[in-house]
Design a protein around this ligand. Structure first.
Ligand SMILES: *Cc1c(COP(=O)(O)O)cnc(C)c1O
Length: 383
């Protein structure tokens, strides 16, 4: 009997199954799209990545600069100074905090630590796209639950849980829709999940929502269960996007898993220094929040007056809906609005990749930026 011939090995390195199915993340543009032209002389303003227009706290910038003489030294692999600052300001137990190179890295740690290929990662229809990318990278199946009115639907999430579900990711408030689950709804979601499934509450925009009475960042669920973790970032209200620092508050066992699989020095020294100072500068964060609250309300009112559908947001961005492509020859479509804004140097975010081709997401900018957006869209809709 002859043995079947083993198939010959590929003649070049081949990525593992599923990797080439990943659609690479496309971030908010920081330049004008290819082919689009800003009118001569316009100031280009980036409103596409939900960054704070006010920049980082001056104390954080100073702390960052002071690390310049120590760049040849490894950073503190246990991020003690940073976790101390978070623990003090947030009134959380330091031993239950872990840091990541952005909260993105923490998403990846959870998936790598708790899944094997074929497991399912569950999130909402318009949930943050990184959940899908990291799930695919780990050989897991991304599963979405349909939303009702552009908001996470607790019952739909619970109905989508299977024995293979390992982690449910809920961005609260969510990007790109700006909507949120109330503390009561989140509690109901948690109560309906099997206790072996992790509920990861991604609070990238939590700090903007602290004055919303029925909202919670989820810390009471973390404190009272063994399967809830809260992910946070210094990239949004703290204005340190470039340094890549995020943090998690979770049950001791999950924090232990993160500490076992993370790189030994995953947060850089300048990041530790700047983020510690930013966390302690609560006055600056308060100022940024107050600024945002004011201009979020103003933009919501003005965009609504223009006849656009504005999805209510408790974040530092707004999702707005334009007339569909088949209406009036598509003259006032989101894609055309985007081109018009670009001509005026205003870079916003298309969200077609999220399945929202008629919407644009606009980050709250400086006063003059917000006013420029309204002026531009007023012109656009008149044309
Ligand atoms: C911006 C954002 C993050 C992560 O940002 P990092 O810069 O990686 O900390 C996570 N989740 C959501 C929903 C975001 O919008």
């Amino acid at each position: 009997m002859t043995q079947p011939k083993p198939s010959s090995p590929p003649n070049k390195p081949t990525p593992k199954q599923g990797v080439l199915d990943i659609a690479p993340y496309v971030g908010g543009q920081s330049k004008l799209l290819k082919g689009a032209k800003a009118n001569p002389g316009v100031r280009v303003v980036k409103l596409s990545s939900n960054e704070t227009p006010l920049g980082a706290s001056p104390l954080a910038i100073k702390a960052y600069a002071e690390t310049a003489s120590y760049l040849h030294r490894y950073p503190d692999g246990n991020t003690i100074a940073l976790r101390e600052a978070i623990a003090e300001v947030q009134n959380l137990p330091m031993a239950q905090l872990a840091c990541g190179a952005g909260s993105d890295e923490l998403i990846a740690f959870l998936i790598n630590g708790y899944t094997t290929p074929g497991d399912e990662i569950l999130y909402s229809q318009y949930g943050f796209i990184m959940y899908k990318i990291y799930a695919q990278a780990a050989g897991c199946t991304p599963v979405t639950a349909p939303e009702k009115n552009y908001k996470t639907d607790v019952d739909a999430i619970l109905a989508a849980v299977t024995p293979r579900t390992k982690i449910v990711f809920i961005a609260n408030p969510n990007n790109p829709t700006g909507s949120y689950l109330t503390a009561t709804e989140m509690k109901r979601l948690h109560a309906g999940l099997p206790t072996n499934v992790i509920l990861a509450i991604d609070g990238a925009y939590s700090e903007y929502a602290t004055e919303i009475v029925d909202y919670s960042d989820g810390r009471e669920l973390v404190a009272s269960s063994e399967n809830t973790i809260m992910l946070r970032t210094f990239s949004k209200i703290h204005g340190l996007s470039s340094l890549r620092v995020g943090w998690a508050y979770g049950p001791p066992d999950i924090i232990d898993v993160i500490n076992r699989i993370r790189g030994p020095f995953n947060i850089c020294g300048p990041g530790i220094a700047a983020a510690s100072a930013a966390m302690r500068d609560t006055a600056y964060a308060d100022k940024t929040r107050a600024f945002n609250t004011k201009w979020l309300a103003w933009l919501t009112t003005e965009l609504t007056k223009l006849g656009l559908h504005v999805y209510p947001s408790i974040t530092n961005f707004l999702m707005i809906e334009f007339p569909p492509k088949n209406y009036n020859g598509g003259k006032h479509s989101a894609a055309n609005a985007n081109l018009h804004l670009m001509e005026l140097g205003l870079i916003v975010r298309e969200v077609a990749a999220y399945g929202l081709p008629d919407c644009l997401r606009i980050s709250i900018g400086l006063e003059e930026d917000n006013k420029a957006v309204i002026a531009a869209l007023t012109d656009f809709l008149k044309s």
